[in-house]
Design a binder for this molecule. Structure first.
Ligand code: C2O
Length: 561
């Protein structure tokens, strides 16, 4: 009898235990420090987290609470953004400087504290002030809850692949210079793959494979690659010679699996791909190269890494190569994007809003304003509905929470103030208005935004990122959006859900989301250069009913402005 009840107790314990240990608290310490980093034959002092480039990976499970103490040891003000984390009711921890928090001054610290609710997959963290995210970034890996499998065959191994952009000179100096002159900043000197510029980069001593990232594989095994685009200003193609990739997740949302030989990934986006090492042996080239389908200068260098079968000799095995797609390969980009669909299973449904409370139409793009002190007498500006967003000097979320007046207005235009042929060249004398204008949403209201690219200077694909929410990309097209005929073609069943998406060059994209997260939420082009120029705005989402639909009080250690 005693034995049986013991057994019972043990079984009971085994059943309860996973549930008890399931939600954990994960502690991280981020020391923001300057470190000398050598790339492309030159060494420069670089702002990093814990001296690492890319920075440390944050690992957690769905349901966990993550505490990251960020200590600022550099001369700049610093914040860290947890890109794609929903931050349900915890907007204070989102990270964009002067939007949700005042930055962390030198020699001070702040503990970011958030819970991973209803999300699993790959995301990224990055600095969200100045251009510090060039080197202050890293991966966030959210594993499913204990005992919950992936909705695809379990990989034998997982690897994080962080793509970045490297400047040989001080990135902040590059930006300052460009702001002063009113001109676009210099393009980067190389792309990076897990911090490596690759053997084909423009540094003679790197020839012959000295600094290439190597992905070690064993024949017959399957690898889950968690690919992150942490670059500042470039959409990237990724290709692996001789291997197809199976896409299973983007932006921490499971997708219907599909096979491809090329991935397109915009800054701020993440893509999980399965790679099966189905060759017997060998070394295979990985290429990372830019996508830009209009004549705007980009860093057109191809950075490479290798997939290396561990049974092959490193020195004598011939390299199987592949050609990257042409820089302007619109059709390759489009066919990849058109293949993306939410998994939309019973367990992971696509909760697409079927009705719309706020129907917004936002023109997005770049233009020119007069600037007497600039080199050409003009300055390049970015705007949404012709408003160039002006950064406040106190954080918007605090101003909203404490009802401080005079910091922002709530009159952001939901539609353009006058209409023109948006995707065409645009009126010659188009100037933007400046303002810290926000758009107000009631809790739980449903929102549709049609993002219309403009061609005032040149059309261009813009990766638009919304903080605090995922959205569904329900429709897109080329030219100007037609409200009479286009909505009929929307996919309201299994459109891709994500937090960052490219608006097609010279076209439009329609997204929908439910405003079920109170707070102040930034929306901007994730090309840092365009954000700098003003291609940004923010939403205020009001509290709903009662504490469960209201933002939590601010953390005690929240920095002051
Ligand atoms: Cu990843 Cu507001 O940015």
């Amino acid at each position: 009898m005693v034995q049986i009840s013991c057994l019972r107790a043990a079984v009971l314990l085994l059943c309860i235990l996973p549930a008890l240990v399931d939600a954990r608290i994960r502690h991280y310490k981020f020391n923001v420090v300057e470190k000398n980093v050598t790339k492309l034959c030159s060494t420069k002092p670089t702002v990093t987290v814990n001296g690492q480039f890319p920075g440390p990976t944050v690992y957690a499970r769905e349901g966990d609470t993550v505490l990251v103490r960020v200590v600022n040891h550099v001369k700049y003000n610093v914040t860290v953004h947890w890109h794609g984390i929903r931050q349900l009711r915890t907007g204070w921890n989102d990270g964009p400087a002067y939007i949700t928090q005042c930055p962390i001054p030198p020699r001070q610290s702040f503990v970011y504290n958030f819970t991973l609710t209803g999300q699993r997959g790959t995301l990224l963290w990055h600095a969200h002030i100045l251009w510090l995210r060039a080197t202050v970034h890293g991966a966030i890996v959210i594993l499913p809850k204990l005992g919950v499998p992936y909705p695809f065959p379990k990989p034998d191994k997982e690897d994080v692949v962080v793509l970045g952009e490297w400047w040989n000179s001080d990135v902040e100096a590059v930006v300052d210079q460009s702001t002063k002159l009113g001109l676009p900043p210099n393009i980067s000197d190389s792309h990076t793959i897990n911090g490596h510029t690759g053997p084909l980069a423009s540094c003679p001593s790197l020839q012959g494979g000295a600094d290439g990232y190597r992905l070690q594989v064993e024949s017959g095994k399957t690898y889950l690659l968690r690919i992150i685009n942490a670059a500042l200003n470039e959409e990237l193609f990724v290709k692996v010679a001789g291997h197809k990739l199976t896409i299973v997740e983007v932006d921490a949302i499971y997708t219907k699996p599909f096979k491809t030989d090329t991935i397109l990934i915009a800054p701020g986006q993440t893509t999980n791909a399965l790679l099966t090492a189905n060759k017997g042996s060998g070394t295979y080239l990985i290429t990372v190269s830019p996508f830009m389908d209009v004549p705007i200068p980009v860093d057109n260098r191809t950075t490479t890494a290798t997939v290396h079968y561990s049974n092959s000799s490193l020195t004598t095995t011939a390299l199987t190569t592949t050609k990257p797609p042409p820089q302007n390969a619109t059709s390759i980009a489009t066919s990849f994007l058109d293949s993306l669909r939410s998994l939309n299973s019973l367990q992971y449904p696509a909760l697409v809003p079927q009705t719309v409370d706020h129907s917004l139409f936002f023109t997005i793009g770049v233009g020119v304003n007069p600037c007497p002190s600039c080199i050409n007498g003009t300055r390049i500006v970015g705007s949404i509905n012709n408003v160039s967003f002006v950064m406040p000097t106190v954080a918007l979320l605090q101003a909203h929470y404490y009802n401080v007046s005079g910091v922002y207005t709530t009159d952001f235009p939901g539609t353009p103030l006058f209409s023109y042929n948006y995707s065409g060249p645009g009126p010659k004398n188009l100037q933007t208005m400046n303002g810290t204008r926000l758009y107000q949403l009631l809790y739980n209201s449903t929102v549709q935004i049609v993002l219309q690219d403009t061609g005032v200077i040149s059309p261009e694909s813009h990766p638009v990122h919304l903080h605090g929410f995922n959205f569904f990309a329900v429709g897109k097209g080329l030219g100007n959006y037609n409200p009479a005929s286009d909505p009929a073609k929307f996919n309201l069943v299994d459109p891709i859900e994500r937090n960052t998406i490219g608006v097609p060059t010279g076209g439009w994209l329609a997204i929908r989301f439910r405003a079920d997260n109170p707070g102040v939420w930034f929306m901007h082009c994730h090309f840092e250069v365009h954000t700098t120029w003003g291609l940004k705005m923010a939403f205020i989402v009001e509290n709903g009913n009662g504490p469960h639909e209201s933002i939590l009080p601010p953390p005690k250690d929240l920095p002051k402005c």
